[in-house]
Every structure is written in structure tokens, then in C-alpha cells.
Design a protein around this ligand. Sequence first.
Ligand code: HEC
Length: 457
Amino acid sequence: MRSLRDRPNRPSRPIAALAVAIATPAILALATTSPAQAQQSGNVTFSKDVAPILQANCQICHRPASVGPMSLLTYQEVRRYASRARDLVSKRLMPPYHLDTGVGIQEIKNDWRLSDEEIETFVAWVDAGAPEGDPDDLPPPVEWPNKQMWQLEDLLGPPDHVIKSKPFDVPAEGGDTWWRPRVPTGLDEDKWAMAFETRPSFPAGRQVVHHANPHLLRLTEEGRYRRIQTLSEYAMGKVGEILPGDAARLLKANDMIEWDAHYYPMGYDVPGDQVELGIWFHEEGHEPEFRQDLRLYPLRGDIALRPGGTAMTQGFHRWDHPVRIDSYQPHGHVHLHAMSVQAVYPDGNVELISMVTDFDARWHHSYIYEDDVAPLLPTGTVVVLTGWYDNTAENELTPDPEIWYARGSRTTDEMSHAWIAVTHLTEEGYQRLVEEREKRLASGDSGGSGGSGGDGN
Ligand code: HEC
């Protein structure tokens, strides 16, 4: 089952129907009361046990003027939706988070899934008749950040440098439109970047920007600009990204940015829209050990979806040096049902790194691995991406299961690739990281440095 299939009033243009509001890690790190305590005492109440779970995992989207269809701030509001919420929470459909639980790497930064105990607490509360309890037990209300702020601002302060796309007039009606202006980075010296965040304008841009990627262009010896990598990838449902402490992305003086923005009209004019890229740099003089880049890794082969049909494609990638996989994000449109990423090691062993079933193009989540589990791949390892597509009536997101669909870049066409952040290692660097990790794990000191903090649970 995909997402909220049984919802009767699903919007007709699901991909474009949502604006974005994703929690900052600071909010996600809010403590919740121990469900074990609640269950022991046998009287789970809204004020004491449920409100903290909602604050930490639901209200970012379910509050006035956010993406959720209703607010879940007060007891009265939540009570009305208690049984529906019980259903969705127990099936792990809310909060929306599509990494499969139980297979592949589970230690992810900014993980907003509920723990089994939190789910049990929520279910026990509804089954007990959704009692309010003593309002004095309520945690203080959360102070939500200003939506005009950068999402990483709580952790890092305002960005050191901001690059804007050229203004674009988004029409009220029509199909998908692409906008690919080139702009200078505005940097007059080389800089090592440690964090990026791309954001559409607020509020209108968050409705009409389907995705926006700033690609980095560098001047070649022949005097032409060539695409080096993508600095950050924005799609609905995405937060900014902090690199691991030992890695950085290099921006050189005189590099250019080529924006690749995909707009989708929503019924009203949005004049002069601009997308912004915020960049946080390492301190002056800091030489990072390794270079990281974020690139798109394609899945090859035909995606020919006949009426009622399914398809599968794969992509294979290898490097001539050791690498570390820092993050994974599947990308497709309404037919992509699932995508896995596997490592085939030089000795033939195969490891499932991550699996996303019930992919939902409305929620683009980059799964950033915790420092001590980010896969370290020796030279010669092959990364295999496998995507499965569904054009059957089972898939309620397909606009029409009675017609053919093929590869293309419009919202209703299908496409598929994964965004993967890769840190490029030397042989010595690889050996050292493997040994250091083994030592840390042996001494029980896992977790590590350089992260974006807080796993939300
Ligand atoms: C990232 C944003 C986000 C988070 C976090 C989130 N929701 Fe939702 N929720 C949504 C959106 C968007 C919808 C509407 C879904 C759709 O249109 O398909 C929704 C729908 C729902 C519905 C169905 C409403 C209806 O009309 O039937 C319930 C109930 C719900 N959410 C409860 C929760 C609970 C409880 C949590 C926390 C445990 C939560 N949600 C966390 C975004 C979110």
C-alpha cells in the first residue's frame, strides 16, 4: 500500500499539492516522556504522554499554515482525529518517512520516525478513550521558527553566503516549466563549504517549485564552463545538509552556478520568483581531509509502463578509489514504487545499504547516515541501484493506469535516479577510517563527530 491510499479526498495533483515545512533538527531533538513510564502507570493521557510525541513528530506539519491538512496543537484538535491518527501512526504512514524499517542501515540523521514505544503509547491512549488528563502536565508549547528563516539557522547561524537564481515569472496556468539561468557565485577566492541549503521563496515559491538544483560550473582550460557537481538538491520535503566533519565541497573563485528549477503552476501568478542557495563555509585556513560531492546517479534502461504494467531498471556505479557513502535519496515521479541501493564488494559479498518502498514523490528525504555507519567502500566496489515502477490501479498516484507512461522529465512522465553524497578517500584514508571506526565500536563509543545532531527519537 502506498502512502495514504484510502484517503477519499486526495488532491488531484499530488506532487505539486504540498508546500514544504520540515522540522529543523533542533525541534526534532525535543525530548519525549518515556512511554515505558506511561504504560507502567497504566493511565496514558494526552497532557502527559501524547502531547510531547505530537510536539516532536507531528506539529511541524500539523499547525496553522503548514503542509498538514489540520492542526494538531490542542487536545480538542487532536481528539477529533484520534482514531484516524491511530490508524496512520500504527501503520507508520504518519509521520511520512519512507525508509524501510528493519532492512538496511537504520541509523539516520534527522530520523523523524516514531519509535515502537511511541507508537504503542499513542495506540494505548486512543484505545483508552483518548483521555485528556491534567492540563498542568502539558509541556510548554513549542515556539516554531519563523518560516522565513533558514532551516539550518538554529544550528549554524545565518549562511555565510547566499546565491540567488534570476527572477522568473511563474504563470498561473500551464504545464511544467524549467528555468536554467546562470549566475556568478560572487566568490573572489576559493572556499571549502561545510553546509548547504536551497530554499524557494516564501510562501508562494514553496507551492510552485517542484525541484531546484544549483549545479556548480567551473572554467575549463578551453575557456568553457563545465558542470562539476551539484551543490544541493531541493525538492518538496527536503531540508538543508551538513557535511561530515572530515569532508567538504570546494568552491573556486569564478565558479558559476547553473540553476535548474522546475516550476509547476498552481493556479495563480507568482511574479519574479527566486530560489536561494545558502552556503556555510569552514573557517578561514581550514583544510578538510577529504572532498565530498553530491551527484545524480542514473538508473539506465527503458521505463516503458504499459497500461496496468510494472517495470524495473538498474544502475551500476564504481570508482577507481575508496569512497564513503554519506547519504542516499531516491528520486522518481508518480510511478516509482521502490528503490534500493546495494554494495557489491570486490570479494563478491552483497550488502543492502538502504531500501525505500512506497516511495512518495511528495516527500523527498535525503537519508544521511550516522557517522559510524556510513558505508566505507574499498576500491572496486560496485554500487547497484534498483528501481521498481508501478502503473497498476493499485498505485493511486498514477494519473491514469489505463494509458502508457515513459521516461521524461514532466511531472507525469517517469524518471529515476538517486542523489548520493560521496566522500572520496585515499587508500590510506580508507584504512584509517576503517580502523578508527572498529576501535570506536569496540570501545562502545559510537555516534561520532561532525553530524547535524539529534536523531529525533
Ligand atoms: C512532514 C509533514 C508531516 C508530519 C511530520 C506529520 N504529518 Fe500527518 N499529514 C501530513 C500531510 C501532508 C497530510 C495529508 C496527506 C495527504 O494529503 O495525502 C497528513 C495527514 C494526516 C492525517 C489524516 C488527516 C485526514 O484528513 O484524514 C492524520 C490523522 C495525520 N496526518 C496525523 C499525523 C500524526 C499523528 C503525526 C505525528 C505522529 C503526523 N501526522 C506527522 C503531513 C505530516
